[in-house]
Design a protein. Structure first.
Lengths: 373, 269
């Protein structure tokens, strides 16, 4: 049998695909379509409510950025084939640790933040190590950690202060260089200038009269953007990114060709913990307090963002850009329903419907890409 | 080809030589003294029925299992593998039947899995997608597979094509010994012939091929020498032309039982 003969036979069996269809078929498609639909919906229903004004935009951007920060971690971990259900508890835990160290034990703020990051990332490593060593599903191991960390958080808060909310963080964080990386605002000069020149709205009365309605871009949004760009480049443009796909796609096949699957998975658990701690630190700096119940249900919100963004629950497939779009949809819907004056309980109904539609669309797209039947 | 491999057998040292390999799992003796050697450019078929010890033997060869007793010589020197990675870096590549490829990943990403090309300066190193795509397309063409694009997911390829990609990958990354674990057992007729043609191409490049199968016809199509395993022992090695398919079949099945069946089946197995 000659080679040309083989080629001819294969070619007649493969249908040609149009360029348009090629461009359409990508993991982010569900996220892109969803984002467009959500924006069109709220432009039609809530345009006159100030949702797309400067203050309104900042409002849903901050909420979306919160989702995005934890979604990036969850996305890379899910592509590597694992889950982390302890993200929400980790957020509460990190917040309380920051408050106890800085307020109760008077540790300098910068040291507090560094110690908290080290502690939480180590806990992420323990999570990953347990999953690898026991061979149990990460669903079970991290579910255990969901309860362990939440319980420890409440216990630690009650033990040190007899309260579940610890305040006073704002005072001790005042002027700290590292704290301002999480709680500060950037481009404040630009916004003041824009306000003074009448380009953006300013407060009409009150003690902030003459100041712009938006002081600057919160560091939370900057963190979200940095993490999204970092995650996207890591996943698509590096050798390690290929290992993430391989570990989640088929761990045994990856091991046979020498991919250090265990290391990849444990590092991704650590990265997820890092993202949760970034979230917690930003939140504590913004509120000036830490609550033992913070971050509840965040693990599911992160996973939902990732799934809306086109990732496969079983691993090996997904996109950070998609996860970021999922987070954007999430934030816009949550805040948009408020702007549109819709009963807030309907948010969950809306979210469930979006999740279902996204998963159905994504399953279809994936079949087209991978040729599954 | 036969002439060529006979010359090799006479003159060269074997690329890999396994002497009296024994492997015990607790009280079970999986291998009780297996000896096989493979020369460059030779396709050595390892035949045996289920449970004969074929899988255990190749796992010993590829560094997954450590032999309980016995010696391994690679290019004339004694060698010990502590983990599969050692065997891979020595130049022994194994292509497993189901675990060769990851269906959700693109052909190029699969091809370079574990050996990703990088470019960049200092600590900033990025996956060189351009190089990966170009190499994948050229290597696939050499093996007679026309890809729509290197971004195509492996899931869109047929089973035979996946085996071919895995073989091409092993060859590209400098395999001297290529172990194929039942590459044709789950394939259709046309796909099987494609894979066998690939094995022939690889052998002609001077690579030693260890071909594991329980299908005598597939073995005879490409093999230079045939070793039959039965109950953890070598029943013997024969050169091409010295043995008939019927004899091979009988040896694999342990002789007597199949001979009586043969009559009623009319040589169809």
């Amino acid at each position: 049998m000659s080679e040309t003969n083989i080629d001819a036979i294969q070619d007649e069996r493969v249908k040609q695909r149009s360029k348009f269809r090629e461009a359409l078929v990508r993991p982010e498609l569900g996220g892109i379509v969803g984002t467009i639909l959500v924006f069109v919906f709220f432009l039609l229903t809530a345009a006159d409510s100030g949702m797309f004004g400067l203050a309104g935009t900042l409002n849903w951007s901050v909420v979306s950025a919160q989702f995005a920060i934890i979604a990036v971690g969850a996305c890379l971990l899910m592509i590597a084939g694992e889950f982390d259900l302890s993200v929400g508890s980790m957020i509460g835990f990190a917040g309380i640790i920051i408050a106890i160290l800085s307020v109760q034990l008077a540790v300098p703020m910068w040291l507090t933040i560094i110690l908290t990051f080290m502690l939480c990332i180590s806990l992420g490593a323990v999570n990953g190590w347990l999953v690898i060593k026991t061979g149990l599903p990460s669903f079970i191991v991290t579910l255990a950690f969901l309860y362990i960390l939440r319980g420890l958080t409440i216990f630690a808060a009650i033990l040190t202060t007899r309260k579940t909310i610890i305040g006073g963080v704002k005072d001790v964080a005042e002027g700290d260089w590292l704290a301002s990386l999480f709680g500060g605002k950037v481009f404040t000069g630009v916004f003041t200038w824009l306000g003074e020149n009448g380009i953006i709205e300013v407060f009409e009365r009150g003690n902030k009269k003459g100041l712009p309605v938006v002081e600057g871009v919160p560091m939370l949004i900057i963190w979200a953007i940095i993490l999204i760009i970092f995650g996207h480049i890591l996943l698509t443009k590096t050798r390690f990114g290929n290992w993430i796909y391989a570990s989640g796609g088929d761990a045994q096949a990856a091991r046979y060709v020498g991919v250090p699957v265990n290391r990849v998975k444990i590092l991704m658990f650590m990265f997820t913990a890092f993202c949760a701690t970034v979230f917690a630190t930003c939140q504590v700096m913004e509120f000036g307090s830490a609550g033992a119940d913070r971050g509840e249900l965040k693990e599911f919100e992160a996973i939902i963002s990732v799934v809306i963004g086109g990732a496969l629950l079983t691993g090996g497939y997904g996109s950070v850009i998609g996860a970021a779009l999922g987070a954007l949809i999430f934030g816009v819907v949550q805040q948009g329903l408020f702007f549109a004056g819709v009963e807030s309980s309907l948010f969950r109904v809306f979210l469930g419907v979006i999740l279902l539609l996204a998963v159905i669309l994504n399953t279809y797209i994936r079949r087209m890409i991978t040729g599954e039947r | 080809m036969t002439q060529n491999s006979e010359n090799n057998t006479m003159n060269a040292t074997p690329l890999i030589e396994m002497k009296n390999i024994e492997k015990h799992f607790g009280s079970v003796i999986a291998l009780a003294g297996v000896s096989v050697n493979v020369f460059p450019g030779e396709c050595h078929c390892l035949l045996g029925d289920n449970g004969a010890g074929k899988s255990t033997f190749i796992k010993t060869m590829s560094g997954v299992h450590k032999p309980t007793k016995g010696e391994i010589y690679f290019e004339g020197k004694p060698l010990k593998f502590d983990r599969p990675r050692d065997a891979i870096s020595a130049g022994i590549a194994t292509v497993y039947q189901d675990l060769a490829m990851i269906p959700l990943m693109s052909v190029a990403r699969n091809f370079f899995m574990g050996n990703e090309p990088v470019k960049g300066v200092g600590p900033l190193k990025f996956f060189d997608h351009q190089l990966a795509n170009d190499v994948t397309m050229t290597e696939m063409k050499k093996m007679g597979i026309n890809l729509r694009s290197p971004d195509q997911a492996v899931g869109t390829l047929s089973g035979g094509e996946r085996q071919t990609v895995a073989i091409a990958r092993a060859v590209h990354f400098g395999a001297k010994v290529l172990i194929l674990d039942e590459p044709t057992s789950a394939l259709g007729v046309r796909q099987t012939s494609n894979v066998l043609a690939t094995v022939d191409k690889v052998r002609k490049q001077g690579i030693a091929v260890v071909f594991i199968t329980h299908n005598v016809r597939h073995a005879l199509a490409v093999g230079d020498r045939f070793t039959v395993l039965n109950r953890g022992k070598t029943l013997g090695t024969a050169k091409r032309g010295e043995i008939t398919p019927e004899q091979l079949q009988d040896m694999m099945a342990g002789g007597q039982e199949l001979a009586t069946l043969e009559g009623s089946l009319g040589g169809t197995v």
